[in-house]
Ligand binder design. Structure first.
Ligand SMILES: *[C@@H]1O[C@H](CO)[C@@H](O)[C@H](O)[C@H]1NC(C)=O
Ligand SMILES: *[C@@H]1O[C@H](CO)[C@@H](O)[C@H](O)[C@H]1NC(C)=O
Length: 530
């Protein structure tokens, strides 16, 4: 199914180009030989070779990395949510470290996230190059959907991004190996950069429809509390990110270099946004170089040139910086989750979301009505198959007291009412008017909370099996195995994976049991696994 979509997409892109070529030749009756075709034929041949020679699906690893230095109720909620939705136990980055450097945000912990993850990735051997690594912040993230949904979306987002890249860059994308392999979260406001900086103006346009928030989409409206309410997310948020180990290694290596001169901001988001800005300017440089003047001119006529106006000073600077790099480029395979499919950042989207039970039509329509979404503009219809086709919410193998047969459409799901998307991960980074407190007030709204103890017990007995089977197509399909096989806690990632490095949930979260379980049953004790 997936390879078919990919090929249809690529065919459509070719068709579009052929039409442009024909028009061009006809109207200017001339000699221009379009340089595109040979490369594209090669590309197509390679793609068709790649499809379908997989008798069995090879295994690969999936790592969940969480920067967190100390126990905290919000970290316990993350660990519990990850376990009951089926993720591997997290590896804790910077566990036990103290962050007290007053000149940086949060005592420097955001910067240590970069060094800590960099160090962890460097320990992984080259055989882990194609493993996936999911990074999530420790103190404001909850997992909501199965890893199968998240991983399917990761491949699908990259596939769609590649279609846009191929359209914008043509054979340049292929020749320079420009392939999206990392997806970071996305938000409506560019921060902490300013609009004249590449991380803001050079960020690619959102891939969401131009009317997703109604006719006023992407305009500033008179809403003092939330002036970004109508904007489509377009800018990087660093709370959630996923990619291959290989691509992440390159990204974090670059981040470490920038850290030397950019510590003072104390913000990892500043650094990752910087890298994205540079990448986009670099892509523009190679696009121009390879297209040549004639190509530029024809692109202008057929509007294939990006609408973004690049600052020529930045083009010069980035060109010089790229030349200094070992591999002469600033390409990182970095892109964004425009639809908040992997993770939804609540900041600047405070009024876009609701807890919805999809089988309750009157509830769905009421949520739309209060936001002024007409029935014609509604994007909430059937629950996405990439959710409904996964193991049902309470479907465990030892589920005595759990409503095992309840389908996804009968549980409460945090939903973007405008896009109709249910994010796999919720990142509670909204802060205005005390919204950080939603990490407490909303905790019993998420589908698993009322059954938290039973579900957390049940997962202790689950066999270790792949968490998903997914890929771009038949040839890249993998069985994704959990990198951690321990249960009932997390691993301190600061050294070898030994028994001593296991951080038990019953130790770390004992103090917070009432906030987490809310059932008056006292601290959670690990059941004895026979
Ligand atoms: C690949 O194999 C699957 C399963 O055998 C089949 O359903 C699918 O049609 C094949 N795809 C291609 C492109 O041949
Ligand atoms: C559907 O939602 C409405 C509004 O939230 C609620 O009053 C009603 O009880 C719900 N119906 C069912 C069957 O849960």
């Amino acid at each position: 199914m997936s390879s078919k979509t990919l090929r249809t997409g690529i065919k459509a892109a070719f068709a579009h180009q052929r039409k442009s070529i024909l028009l061009f030749i006809l109207s200017w009756c001339c000699l221009v030989l379009y340089i595109f075709l040979p490369d594209h034929e090669e590309y197509k041949a390679e793609l068709s070779q790649n499809s379908n020679h997989t008798a069995e699906v090879p295994p690969a690893n999936f790592h969940l990395l969480v920067p967190a230095s100390k126990p905290e109720p919000n970290l316990c909620k993350l660990i519990l949510s990850a376990a009951v939705t089926g993720y591997p136990a997290p590896v804790l980055i910077n566990w036990g470290k103290a962050f007290e450097d007053a000149q940086y945000v949060e005592g420097g912990s955001h910067l240590a996230k970069i060094t800590g993850i960099h160090d962890y990735l460097s320990q992984l051997g080259p055989d882990e190059d194609e493993s996936l690594v999911l990074l999530v912040d420790g103190f404001d993230v909850w997992m909501q959907l199965r890893p199968q949904t998240l991983i399917d979306r990761y491949f699908d987002i990259n596939r769609r991004a590649q279609e846009r890249l191929d359209h914008r860059l043509g054979h340049v994308a292929y020749n320079h190996g420009i392939r999206q392999e990392i997806v970071f979260g996305c938000q409506k406001r560019c921060w902490p950069w300013a609009f004249e900086d590449p991380p803001c103006y050079a960020a690619p346009e959102s891939s969401l429809p131009g009317d997703i928030f109604g006719p006023q989409t992407d305009t500033s409206v008179e809403d003092e509390a939330n002036p970004y309410v109508k904007y489509r997310p377009r800018y990087l948020n660093s709370g959630v990110g996923i990619g291959t180990v290989k691509a992440m290694r390159k990204l974090f290596k670059r981040a470490i270099t920038l850290l030397e001169t950019e510590r003072n901001m104390g913000s990892d988001q500043y650094i990752f946004s910087h890298i994205l800005g540079d990448q986009e300017v670099w892509r523009e440089i190679v696009r121009r170089k390879t297209r040549g003047r004639l190509g530029e001119w024809s692109d202008g006529i057929f509007s294939r040139r990006p609408k973004i106006v690049f600052n020529e000073e930045h083009v010069k600077e980035v060109g010089a910086k790229a030349a200094e790099q070992e591999d002469q480029n600033l390409e990182f395979g970095l892109g964004l989750d425009y639809g908040s499919e992997i993770g939804l950042n609540t900041v600047f989207a405070e009024d876009d979301t609701a807890w919805l039970t999809w089988s309750n039509d009157s509830q769905l329509r009421a949520a739309e009505k209060t936001r002024g979404i007409s029935p014609e503009a509604s994007r909430i219809h059937d629950l996405a198959p990439d959710i409904s086709q996964t193991i049902p919410p309470f479907g465990t193998s030892s589920s005595e007291d759990l409503p095992s047969w309840t389908p996804w459409r009968d549980v409460s799901l945090f939903t973007n009412v405008w896009t109709g998307t249910v994010p796999a991960i919720i990142h509670h980074n909204a802060h205005r008017d005390g919204r950080k407190a939603l990490r407490e007030t909303w905790w019993d709204r998420i589908w698993f909370q009322k059954y938290a103890r039973g579900l957390y017990d049940a997962q202790m007995f689950e066999p270790i099996v792949p968490i998903a089977r997914s890929g771009y197509d038949g040839a890249t399909q993998r069985e994704w195995w959990p990198s951690e096989t321990g249960k009932g806690g997390a691993r301190d990632g600061s050294g070898e994976a030994t028994q001593e490095r296991w951080v038990r949930f019953d130790d770390m979260c004992r103090e917070y049991h009432e906030e987490i379980f809310r059932d008056g049953e006292g601290p959670w004790e690990a059941p004895i696994v026979q």
